[in-house]
Write a protein that binds this ligand. Structure first.
Ligand code: FE2
Length: 134
């Protein structure tokens, strides 16, 4: 049984889908079951072992209040935004709303949302390292 907001990926063609309504069936793409993307909350990705910033995480969304709403930055050390490795989207989940900002290589790894509610959750999807949440 799927759950609302779950993310599934096809390892064959790269399709990624998000559940908007639960159902009992298995999601299939390219004749294979799609894989549920786990929401990582601890960053074990060591991207540059010789880098002194190795312990700083590059994936956990950081949520900050601003005058206009909420700013979500990806990583205490900014995540790379290169063609082969970048944050594809940042999502804010709050009060039954899902706000998503799609990013491109070269963009800053952050997104601002005009949302005033408290108790927000943020998720981000890295093209190499998958789904992250805070
Ligand atoms: Fe990454």
């Amino acid at each position: 049984m799927t759950q609302v907001n779950q993310i599934y990926k096809c390892d064959v063609c790269g399709n990624i889908v998000e559940i908007l309504h639960t159902g009992a069936g298995e999601l299939v793409c390219c004749n294979n079951p799609m894989k549920l993307q786990e929401e990582n909350a601890v960053d074990a990705a060591i991207e540059k072992p010789s880098d002194t910033k190795v312990m700083e995480d590059k994936h956990i969304p950081i949520i900050e209040k601003t005058d206009r709403g909420i700013l979500v930055k990806i990583g205490s050390a900014p995540h790379p935004m290169e063609e082969a490795h970048f944050i594809e989207w940042i999502e804010l989940l709050v009060g039954g709303k899902s706000c998503k900002r799609f990013l491109n290589p070269g963009d800053e790894p952050q997104a601002e949302f005009c949302v005033q509610e408290d108790g927000v959750q943020a998720r981000a999807y890295c093209s190499l390292h998958g789904l992250w949440k805070s």
